[in-house]
Design a protein around this ligand. Sequence first.
Ligand SMILES: [Zn+2]
Ligand SMILES: [Zn+2]
Length: 417
Amino acid sequence: MKINSPRGTQDILPPDSFDWQFLENKAHEISENYNYQEIRTPVFEYTELFNRGIGEATDIVEKEMYTFEDRGGRSITLRPEMTASVVRSFLENKIYGRAQPTKYYYIGPMFRYERPQSGRYRQFHQFGVEVLGSNDPDIDVELMAMGIDYLEKLGLKDFFVELNSIGCPECRPDYVADLQEHFSEHEEELCSDCRRRLTRNPLRILDCDECAETTGNAPEILDYICSQCHDHFAQVKEGLEQLKIDFHIEPHLVRGLDYYTNTVFEVKSHDLGAQNAIFSGGRYNGLVEEIGDRDVPGSGWALGLERLLLVLEEQRDEDIKSDLDVYVIKIGARAEKLSLSLLRKLRRAGFSADTDYGDRSVGSQMKDADRKNSDYSIIVGEDEIQKDSLTLRDMNTGEEKMIAQDKIVDVLADKIQ
Ligand SMILES: [Zn+2]
Ligand SMILES: [Zn+2]
């Protein structure tokens, strides 16, 4: 029987893996610019963490988690997102006892049992950031700026932010009550999911595409937020203006969970059609307390790398290629021997170097060097060996030069910085 990869997963093969390295390298770079440090947590956690950290009444927890019992009878779940894990680690390792805030970033695979489609996989990857230990609105602004700067490093442009505040546990209940009343009056227009949400979590009705018409004239939370939330929101807006980040208020943008507070946002691009958010996030001052027993504010976002790659592929006309510095072409048995140590010398000197492994003709080796995009080739034949030399060939111009064997590293280093 032929064995394939599980439904909803994919192999990332070269040259696609170069694109992945490119995205990841830029993510490390931007994180260093903004002084965010990498955190790596286990790919699986106790299921209870996600029940508390994502919320039992969410699609993720209800339908999408990879949950199983391990051999010790514990309920384990493959992480469907990272924030809960980051908060768990923050508490477990008592990071709150150090100087705050703590600024983390992560890159890694997440797992959700969703219907696979273009750009959506059951094992997918996110680049995300979390800041714990500060309620400063500037953090929210910094987070948005950082994400946008990351995308600009990749060559994307024309971003704008859809922004809202979802208040706090003080001011939100009044809003939710009015929202519930509004939707109750329109109950027969709601989809069956949203009728369920009506009692459990009316905020999430605002997220439903099917019910978009009914939500159009629903009450807006900005009419309800308390003065503290209002101030926070004003400072976020001011910060975005100062950084000349284009934003508009989206009064029905929400996150349907109680631990979210104040800032919520989605970042989109005019350049890419303003339909889908490239990354989204918000402030979650209530989450740490939900998972542990500490009142620690937090804020963050996450970005799906599979979708970002689709976007980049559309935008870019040239593929990222692997680049070989030098290819060693061997003629004869003595050359074969010499090239073994020559290759190691080149590689240890920092060049990317390769050779033929199949006793092929000079012509085929030359073709292979071309196919591998090698900038130079070094030809080792009888003539060269007798003269203690090598022939260096520029693969772009075809120009050839005899070079003493002990000079080859220096000569190449001059040509390739
Ligand atoms: Zn408030
Ligand atoms: Zn609905």
